[in-house]
Write a protein that binds this ligand. Structure first.
Ligand code: FAD
Length: 256
């Protein structure tokens, strides 16, 4: 790698296939690569003579030696059709810069951190949970993961493992994990879309906490329709978007 290059060439360490259209993978990490939990990297795959670049939220902890990502496979997708073919030891390009504002430093005050995700939008929230700060800062952390089918409820082992993790165990009681499955009945999971669950207040009664301006800090990530509709519902209830230098209640990330 020359200093002038904007990216490093990393190698795939391993790949975990969750379903035909969902997988996670770990890569080596350039030791100068820095990011804040919740941020995304830009990944590149070579195709023909060129490189195709896409944004990918980082799943792994900011202190891990590797980087981990969680990906969809889009049928005939320019990027994911190449990415999903990669195996251990193969090359992946990683932009040296870190990107994005889905980070808890966007917020000030508050008592409850709500992490609302659909599909692969879960990714940044795993990295945020690997960070000690939110566990210290908030009284409650509510992780909502909405998917269509039960087999898409991935990372359950990681989520459960915080209860016994040497760093987080003393705060583990703060975490409520709320799986949502919209296309088939699943024991223990809610069965409506996040937008409906907020509109009809089922999410709040299920969790046992109100969503309000003073106590709630809410991150929303994934499908842009869900992100936009949820943002609008919450803004109609008086919550505000966090902006640089003007902290509010909401931070959002659209995936397409
Ligand atoms: P594209 O041509 O990019 O997309 C084609 C269509 O596929 C889109 O119009 C949309 O309908 C659908 N699509 C794209 N991404 C997704 C998705 N994630 N889930 C469901 N449908 C999708 N993707 C991930 O899989 N994991 C991530 O962690 C992730 N992080 C992102 C972070 C940011 C800030 C942004 C902007 C996007 C992120 N994406 C993520 C989406 C990713 O950048 C690509 O869109 C995705 O890899 C598909 O690329 P493609 O070229 O195969 O298809």
């Amino acid at each position: 790698m020359s200093a002038a290059e904007k990216y490093t060439t990393e190698r795939i360490i391993d790949v975990q296939r969750w379903a035909p259209n969902l997988f996670s993978f770990r890569t080596t990490r350039y030791n100068g690569y820095r990011f804040v939990p919740g941020q995304f990297a830009r990944l590149g795959v070579r195709k023909g003579d060129g490189v195709v670049w896409r944004a990918y939220s980082i799943v792994s902890a900011h202190y891990d030696e590797h980087l981990e990502f969680f990906s969809i496979v889009v049928p005939d997708g320019k990027f994911t059709s190449e990415l999903s073919r990669l195996a251990a030891n193969e090359e992946l390009l990683v932009d040296k810069k870190n990107y994005g504002y889905l980070t808890i430093d966007r917020f000030a005050g508050g008592r409850d951190l709500w992490l609302l995700s659909t599909g692969t939008g879960l990714a940044p929230f795993i990295s945020i949970l690997y960070d000690f700060q939110p566990w210290q800062q908030y009284e409650n952390i509510i992780l909502v993961h909405s998917v269509r089918h039960a087999h898409e409820l991935v990372y359950q082992d990681v989520i459960a493992s915080f209860a016994n993790h040497e760093l987080f165990a003393e705060h583990a009681h703060k975490l409520q994990y709320v799986p949502v499955v919209t296309r088939e009945p699943v024991a223990g999971a809610l069965d409506q879309r996040i937008t409906d669950l907020i509109r009809n207040c089922r999410l709040e009664s299920h969790v046992g906490l109100p969503i309000d301006v003073d106590r709630s800090r809410i991150m929303i990530c994934g499908n842009p329709d869900m992100v936009e509709e949820t943002r609008q519902i919450l803004m109609d209830r008086g919550l505000t978007i966090s902006r640089r230098g003007k902290p509010g209640n909401l931070a959002v990330e659209n995936y397409w």
